[in-house]
Design a protein around this ligand. Sequence first.
Ligand code: IVH
Length: 683
Amino acid sequence: MLVPAVAAARAAWLRAELERHNHAYYDLDAPTIPDAEYDQLFRELQGLEADHPDLLTVDSPTQRVGGVPLKEFPPRQHGVPMLSLNNAFATEEVEAFDKRVRDGLETIAEIDYAVEPKFDGLAISLTYENGVFTCGATRGDGVTGEEVTPNLRTLRGIPLRLKGAGWPALIEVRGEVLMFKADFAQLNARQRERGDKEFANPRNAAAGSLRQLDSKITAGRPLSFFAYGVGAGADSLAVRTHGEMMNLLATWGFPVAEERRVVAGARGLLGYFVDIGVKRPALPYDIDGVVYKVNRLDWQARLGFVSRAPRFAIAHKFPAEEALTEVLGIDVQVGRTGAITPVARLKPVFVGGVTVTNATLHNEDEVRRKDVRVGDTVIVRRAGDVIPEVVAIVADKRPTRDLFGGEPLHPAFELPKVCPECGSAVARGEDEAIARCTGGLYCPAQRKQALWHFAARRAMDIEGLGDKLVDQLVDAGLVHTPADLYGLTVDTLAGLDRMGEKSAQNLVVAIASSRQTTLGRFIFGLGIRNVGEATARDLAKHFGGLDALLAADAASLQTVPDVGPVVAASIAAFFGEAHNREVIDGLRRAGVCWPEGEPATAGPQLLAGQTLVLTGTLPTLKRDDAKAMIEAAGGKVAGSVSKKTNYVVAGEEAGSKLEKAIELGITVIDEAELLKLLEKEVQ
Ligand code: IVH
């Protein structure tokens, strides 16, 4: 425990710090630190106040909820205060919550809990008098909020008059205003086009859009609403449980989360947490956890509240997706097509469930826009399986030359003029966001990646030729081009690191058998910019043989379906390079061959002109295989469902695409039915 004087000083500092962040978050809608950092400061202050009760002040940030209402909006006193929720992060904290509930109710029986997503938006309270929406307010400090009725009236999800029956003369419906991920992306694209400020995330966009003095601005913003509870008026409802209350709210016309359930005991809670965690990336809106509430309303009342939060409910939060760390350096990486990507090397930080040491900075413009420099403290984000990225810098933590806020210690980032791997010039085309190394296959970084790509399963499919091995082969000067692979012997390979005689033999066999391939795989394996697997197959089908393809000019290339001017130009440029022609000749001399003269896919094209969307996990087919089979039958596989979709093929844990299909009335089939469609094609 800290000595009292130190504890007092620390508590005062923490209070000032939390106030500053509260102001930025609630009043300015422009947070200065990630939530997790805030929570940590908050918990530290709570701990200090628990250890030294004399330090607790009535105006401590731990004693109130949210921000102070803005003066611009009329204050609105809530009928029933809008409280906060305690957080749990670990399994044990959830089990402890369940135990506290059972102890409080003096029962050993399993408790039923109503469970639902924790929406990442902003809380509001809607007052209805005799079924008519009369007033809406933000949470504010929990007791008094900001009245934003005209703005809320512009939200289509908020009924202006309640439907159905059973509502009391006065009721406060509580819920969250948020912005769907797709709407957020569109809004930011629009902001960008107009040169207006972009929003950091959907939550800030929602908050910023709702707290507008001019409701016309709010009306132009795509805001949504979900109800999750009732304030004043809850006592006069003819319902026994939270679950029933949510159903009742739905009958009155309120949007409620489809993912809501009732589960039993701590096991049920934890099972739900895992389920929602899996569904989370496919949900159309952001959530930062789930909320557990004792289902029986009389039990909720019996459990009551402690200071700012109920005893009957808890928020189980996902690991933070944003964290603060320091930029140790900025490197550039060279990709297969020479793309130069700046990457921030970071002081290791635990975020989104893993330790992150690197984060992409995308491209030169992005680094400039964010002005990321060595030594900066930055917000790093890692959501789901997405590559970690630097969201923003914390401007007031930038190291300066002196203590008085002078010149920044480190200069602005500049992209190198020459490739760090091979010394060739770095060039950036007009209208291009990406700068590239011009070294082509002379550049070892590009050569290595070209070889990985050539050997990949969907290209030449050389089993056992992984990244590490390719690195060794290139570094040892044994392989310069893909053609050199076919000259490798067991003896040469067996001399390499971590390579035994047996694996060397297997690899030589795998390389040899890759000689027999298809023209589509071969073209794809060459790694031509903008030529993916499907285009490679289309080219093979269209030209029948390699020589016809090599002879084609940009105009005749564009007669191939889906090949536009950009793709045609990449292909022509690739084959126009003498060294690429040499690689191709070398491969042919090494015996690489394919059935020439006939189209890569023969037979009737029963799925021609049809668009299919794959969603969820299919019982036997891998996604790539299903895609290849559909394309071989002339069909197209799209990434999202629209009115133009002909079939949605749904497997286990199909998410929003399935919902969309049902909504649009598109035929949904399973794997067996897909195979039937394809079988018809074979006959
Ligand atoms: S219930 C008395 N349910 O979480 C408890 N809150 O700290 C009332 N939130 O900002 C809250 N989703 O707006 C509840 N399904 C949900 C929620 C939810 C998000 C927010 C709420 C508030 C915070 C509570």
